[in-house]
Ligand binder design. Structure first.
Ligand SMILES: Nc1nc2c(ncn2[C@@H]2O[C@H](COP(=O)(O)OP(=O)(O)OP(=O)(O)O)[C@@H](O)[C@H]2O)c(=O)[nH]1
Ligand SMILES: [Mg+2]
Length: 362
């Protein structure tokens, strides 16, 4: 399951965006934390269901965490404060909600709306948090080195060297996600769950009056912030939150009226999946059509393990039809007849849209 943490300055609209993404009804007057599972929108699931008439259709799921804030906001002196840090350090990706809407009745903590300033502020807070973790770790390494045996010493020195390097980059405002780390360095760094290492989706929360400029604003911001592992989208949180409470066709109607092409949830998920390098594959066993999310580049064996550890342990082979081929043929039987059903082994790299039946034996 994918976990996405929603952060942002006080009153930027985090809880509103959380409700928009999850269809939730969390109180936007309060400052509490919220967690809710949302279904990943996947239009191909419906097409598959129309063809295969399963008993159940099961979308993939993603968990959104609205991390709340104290009265003063998410940050303490410098950096994300402890209780919120704990919430954020376990997520796979971060959403930074940045306020662009103007509303006299909701004062901005900095006195005025300034998207670029607020993006930079939050970036800096993530950097401060990571620097604090590094400082603490370096201190501990320093103490440990005093009594360390030869072998242990080597490991500690390597870690120390790497942390000093990363620290220097952070001090130049370069987040960890932009560093070019070797795979072994990346593995060590992953243990720390640094915030500035996580893929970042900036959601610029616009007011309804800004909807006509949404597309051009998004393009402008994206050209300003074309940074690795980072994307920016604009979203009208308040409107999307209201639309999330309606049924699909009613919501579509309103979106058309406002000139919104795609729902906020769809666009946010799409951008987060791209950032995280996730793709979907489908299974159709036991009269259930199910969507699964995996990292691009995952092999058939690991994909099977995602469904059940028995499937990975007793893996025999995978029967694979690409979504496009299946749609073209109209049925599994026809795909088989025309040679579109492939038998693949453990090392096969699962492709986006693969419809897979795993054969296994335990
Ligand atoms: N006018 C307008 N108000 C908005 C918009 N988005 C959010 N708000 C309002 O701004 C206030 C704060 O929104 P929340 O979603 O609670 O923001 P938050 O970041 O979770 O706030 P805290 O948790 O209190 O820090 C609420 O009164 C929302 O109704 C918007 O697009 N337009
Ligand atoms: Mg809130």
């Amino acid at each position: 399951m994918v976990d996405i943490g929603i952060m942002g300055l006080a009153k930027s609209g985090r809880t509103t965006v959380f409700n928009a993404l999850t269809g939730g009804k969390a109180d936007t007057e309060g400052v509490a934390s919220h967690t809710r599972v949302a279904k990943v929108p996947e239009p191909r699931l419906k097409m598959l269901a129309d063809m295969l008439h399963p008993k159940r259709v099961v979308p993939a799921e993603v968990v959104y965490h609205d991390v709340g804030a104290s009265a003063k906001g998410l940050v303490s002196e410098k950096g994300v404060s402890g209780q919120f840090l704990a919430h954020l350090s376990n997520v796979d990706a971060l959403i930074n909600v940045v306020r662009a809407f103007t509303d006299e009745s909701i004062p901005h903590i900095e006195g005025n709306v300034d998207v670029e300033r607020d993006i930079a502020t939050m970036d800096l807070e993530l950097t401060f948090s990571d620097l604090a973790i590094i400082e603490r770790r370096l201190q501990r390494i320093g103490i440990a080195l005093k009594g360390a045996k030869q072998l242990e010493r080597q490991g500690l020195l390597r870690e120390q060297e790497m942390l000093i390097k990363v620290k220097a980059d952070l001090e130049k405002d370069v987040p960890i996600r932009e560093l070019k780390l070797t795979p072994s360095e990346a593995r060590v760094m992953a243990n720390y769950q640094f915030l500035s290492a996580k893929p970042l989706l900036i959601v610029v929360n616009i007011g309804e009056d800004q909807l006509p400029q949404a597309v051009s604003l998004e393009a402008e911001l994206n050209s300003l912030y074309s940074r690795p592992e980072c994307r920016i989208i604009t979203l009208c949180g308040k409107l999307e939150m209201e639309l999330a409470q309606l049924d699909n066709s009613a919501a579509e109607g309103f979106r058309a009226e406002f000139g919104i092409k795609e729902s906020g949830l769809d666009r946010t998920i799409k951008a987060s999946y791209e950032l995280l390098g996730l793709i979907s594959f489908f299974t159709t066993a036991s009269a259930e059509v199910k969507a699964w999310s995996i990292q691009n580049g995952t092999n058939a064996l690991k994909a099977a393990g995602k469904i059940h550890s028995d499937m990975e342990r007793g893996f025999i082979r995978a029967e694979v039809i690409s979504y496009g081929d299946l749609m073209k043929c109209g049925s599994v039987a026809e795909s088989r007849k025309r040679g579109f059903l492939r038998l693949e082994g453990k090392e096969y790299i699962v492709q986006d849209g693969d419809v897979i039946t795993f054969l296994f034996n335990v």
